[in-house]
Ligand binder design. Structure first.
Ligand SMILES: Cc1ncc(COP(=O)(O)O)c(C=O)c1O
Length: 423
C-alpha cells in the first residue's frame, strides 16, 4: 500500500476569489467595504438569518456575540456557562468580553456540554450559556434553550466548527439568540482568518457592527463609506452641534473588522460551498460508519437521526484499558502521513491560563479524559474516499501491531503543573 498524505486542513481559493482580490487591490480600498457586505449577505442567506456580521477571527465572533450583553445591563465579571472541553478560544472569548467563564463537563458520546450539568452552574450572576458544537456535532439545543428561557439567559452558539451542521432540520447558527463562526483556514467556509456572528435580532446586528469598529455610534446596516465612489455620508453629522457619529463612541468597542481580501476568499468559498460540504460529509460518514470495527479500543462520535454533523474533522478517542497511549497512536498516524491534532483540553483544569479560577483537576472527568486521550484528523475537500479507506487501514494496522503488551507513555508534565497552580 502506498503511503498517502492526509493533511489536517486545506483552503480552497477559487478563480473568482482571485479576481475579486485583484479588483480590490486595484481600487486601493481593502478595509471592510462592499465585499465584506456581499460576504455577509450571502452568509446570512445561507443560514436563513437576518444578520451576519463579519469580523477578524472566530474568537472575535465569540467575544462580540457575548459583549452585546453589556448593552442590556450585564456587568463586568458576570458569568457565562461554557463546556469544559473546547478549543481554548471559547474560554478566552468569555474573558475578552469581560465575563467569567463557568465550566460544565461534557458528555462522552457527543463531546458537547452535558445539559444535565447546566442548571447547577447557574447563579444570580449568570447571563448566558455558550454551548459549542464541537467537531460540528450540534449541542442539545432544545434542552439548552429551554433552560435559558426558564432562567432568562441569552444563548450564544459557538458554531466555529459547525458550518453545514443541522439540528432537527435547522442550521447551526440559527438555533439560538446569536451564533459565532470561525472562517479560519481549515474551516468549510474560509476567509483565511475570520469569523462571522449570525442573529435574527436586528438590534444585536447594529450593536455588533458598532462593537467591531471601536464602539462607534454609526448604526447603518450597510455603510456606504469605503467604496470606490462614495466619500461623503449624509448621516454622519447630526444634531444641533453637528455631532460626528462616526467619532462618538457609545460603548467600549473592539477593532476587529474583516477586510476585503478576506471577504473575497469567503465569497469564492461560498460559490463551491455545497460541493465542499458534500465531499466532506461523505468522507466523514465513510469513516464513522466503519468505526465500530476498532472497538473496544477506539471510539468516535455518531451522526444521529435528528442531525447532520458539520463535517469539520474526525475525532478519535482511545478508550479505557487500551494497551497503547495516545502518543503511540499519534506517532503511528503521523509516520504514515496522517496529520493529527489533539482533541483540545479541559480549559479550567488542563489549560494553565485558567488555573487562577481555582478549579481542581478531577472536576471535569469527561473533558479531562478527552484532553488526555482524544485526537482529531482531517476530512477536508482535498481528500476523498480512497484516503478515508487509507485512514481506516492504517488504524487497523496500528491496532494489530499494538498488542496488549504495548506500553503506555507518561502523562504530560503540564498536567502536574496545573495541579500545582491550582493547589
Ligand atoms: C470551538 C471553537 N471556538 C472558537 C474558535 C476560534 O476561531 P479562530 O481560530 O478563528 O479565532 C475555534 C477555532 O477554530 C474553535 O474551534
Amino acid at each position: 500500500m502506498h503511503k498517502r498524505q492526509i493533511p489536517f486542513g486545506t483552503i480552497t481559493i477559487t478563480e473568482s476569489a482571485k479576481r475579486l482580490i485583484v479588483e480590490s487591490l486595484e481600487t486601493k480600498r481593502i478595509s471592510c467595504g462592499k465585499l465584506v457586505r456581499e460576504f455577509e449577505n450571502r452568509f446570512a442567506g445561507l443560514l436563513g438569518v437576518k444578520e451576519a456580521v463579519a469580523v477578524s477571527t472566530g474568537t472575535d465572533a465569540d467575544t462580540l456575540a457575548l459583549a452585546v450583553l453589556h448593552d442590556f445591563g450585564a456587568r463586568r465579571g458576570d458569568e457565562v456557562i461554557v463546556p469544559a472541553l473546547s478549543f481554548v478560544a471559547t474560554g478566552n472569548a468569555v474573558l475578552h468580553a469581560g465575563f467569567t467563564p463557568v465550566f460544565v463537563d461534557i458528555e462522552r458520546e457527543t463531546l458537547n456540554i452535558d445539559p444535565a450539568g447546566i442548571e447547577a452552574a447557574i447563579t444570580p450572576r449568570t447571563r448566558a450559556i455558550m454551548p459549542v458544537h464541537l467537531m460540528g456535532k450540534p449541542a442539545e439545543m432544545d434542552t439548552i434553550n429551554a433552560i435559558a428561557k426558564k432562567h432568562g439567559l441569552l444563548v450564544v452558539e459557538d458554531a466555529a466548527e459547525a458550518h453545514g451542521a443541522l439540528y432537527k432540520g435547522k442550521p447551526a447558527g440559527s438555533l439560538a439568540d446569536l451564533a459565532a463562526f470561525s472562517t479560519y483556514v481549515a474551516h468549510i467556509i474560509t476567509t483565511g482568518e475570520g469569523g462571522v456572528i449570525t442573529t435574527n435580532n436586528e438590534q444585536y446586528g447594529e450593536i455588533l457592527r458598532s462593537l467591531r469598529s471601536h464602539g462607534r455610534n454609526c448604526t447603518c446596516k450597510h455603510c456606504i463609506m469605503n467604496t470606490d465612489t462614495v466619500t461623503y455620508c449624509a448621516k454622519r453629522f447630526r444634531g444641533e452641534g453637528g455631532e460626528d457619529v462616526r467619532f462618538t463612541f457609545d460603548r467600549i468597542g473592539y477593532s476587529c473588522k474583516m477586510n476585503e481580501l478576506e471577504a473575497a476568499i469567503g465569497i469564492g468559498a461560498m460559490e463551491v460551498y455545497h460541493e465542499i460540504l458534500k465531499k466532506r460529509h461523505d468522507n466523514l460518514l465513510y469513516v464513522l460508519e466503519r468505526f465500530d470495527r476498532f472497538a473496544p479500543w477506539l471510539s468516535t462520535i455518531k451522526e444521529e437521526a435528528h442531525e447532520q454533523i458539520g463535517p469539520h474533522a474526525i475525532p478519535i478517542i482511545i478508550n479505557e484499558g487500551a494497551p497503547f497511549s495516545r502518543a503511540d497512536l499519534t506517532h503511528y498516524l503521523e509516520q504514515n502521513g496522517i496529520e493529527t491534532r489533539t482533541l483540545f483540553a479541559s480549559m479550567p483544569t488542563q489549560c494553565p491560563g485558567f488555573a487562577y479560577l481555582g478549579y481542581r483537576l478531577g472536576q471535569f472527568p469527561n473533558a479531562e479524559y478527552m484532553g488526555l486521550n482524544g485526537i482529531h484528523i482531517g476530512v477536508h475537500q482535498d481528500v476523498g474516499i480512497e484516503d478515508m479507506e487509507y485512514v481506516l487501514t492504517i488504524l487497523g494496522q496500528f491496532l494489530q501491531n499494538s498488542g496488549p503488551d504495548g506500553s503506555s507513555r507518561p502523562q504530560r508534565s503540564w498536567m502536574r503543573t496545573v495541579q500545582a497552580c491550582a493547589s
